[in-house]
Design a protein around this ligand. Sequence first.
Ligand SMILES: NC(=O)c1ccc[n+]([C@@H]2O[C@H](COP(=O)([O-])OP(=O)(O)OC[C@H]3O[C@@H](n4cnc5c(N)ncnc54)[C@H](OP(=O)(O)O)[C@@H]3O)[C@@H](O)[C@H]2O)c1
Length: 293
Amino acid sequence: MPARIIDGRVISQQIRDEVRSEVERLRAAGTDPGLAVVLVGENPGSVSYVRGKTRAAEELGIRSETIRLSDTISQDDLLGLVADLNEDERWHGILVQMPLPPHISETAAASAVAVEKDVDGLHPINVGRLFRGEPALLPCTPHGVKQMLVRSGYDPAGKHVVICGRSNLVGKPLAGLLMQKAPGANATVTVCHTGTPDLARFTRDADILVAVMGRPNAISADMVRDGAVVIDVGINRVPDATKKSGSRLVGDVDFGPVAEKAAAITPVPGGVGPMTVAMLLHNTVLAAKGGRD
Ligand SMILES: NC(=O)c1ccc[n+]([C@@H]2O[C@H](COP(=O)([O-])OP(=O)(O)OC[C@H]3O[C@@H](n4cnc5c(N)ncnc54)[C@H](OP(=O)(O)O)[C@@H]3O)[C@@H](O)[C@H]2O)c1
């Protein structure tokens, strides 16, 4: 039987509705939530992501501003600008869009944002809190994956979650989140990467399989156990002569054949992507309340 589709657009809309109510409550209490986005350079992917994020924020009544900077800006000047935003009370959330030009350290930029305004959840203190199981502003994509699982009835508790990918952005923090002794977590987590021999040996043992590799169709049906829940975080552009643009987006999972075996699966697009944006908006109102998850 084909898998149930876990629809990120539907779940993210629930979260946006919750955020909208929070924004109204905050405004009524005299706080006007604001999100500042720093965009360095003209990377078309980044420009489009930033536009999507700020538009989504404004739809919910969150004030937002994009500070566009030349890709020739020095690291010192960028960090100085972030320091000014940290001091500016109009902004409850600050996001520095990655990737940054090679002469700027992404670690330095992530660390420059005030911990309590770090709506990307990438500051080392928020990452440390996450791993220690302490309240934190959580990174958006891993938190989105957790919310997707829980809200669609696939609680990770007691399950074997296999994550293919160990980036600081997604794979590692997702492992940290799901291994906690906490509601919506308490999973046994395996993290795989390019140093993993015989990847399929691990993926076939997954109750919940998360692909976050950036490799189109890397997870084939023979790598998936019957009845597994499959979360595809990958976003890859591949050539497609049938499309006007000449290309289309695919995930890291070979969707059609895997959907024949899995119990549930997320599509690309329309899966994890919209969840990431929803969790950013969630973090912005949380930061405006001075809170943490
Ligand atoms: N949906 C969203 O909102 C969202 C958000 C963020 C990212 N993404 C997408 O998710 C994908 C991954 O992003 P990322 O930032 O995590 O990428 P990344 O930093 O390039 O990390 C990819 C990870 O996958 C591992 N990997 C690559 N090929 C592999 C293979 N054949 N077998 C086993 N492991 C393999 C790498 O292992 P090594 O560490 O050994 O190199 C690395 O840990 C991309 O397609 C990105 O566009 C989507």
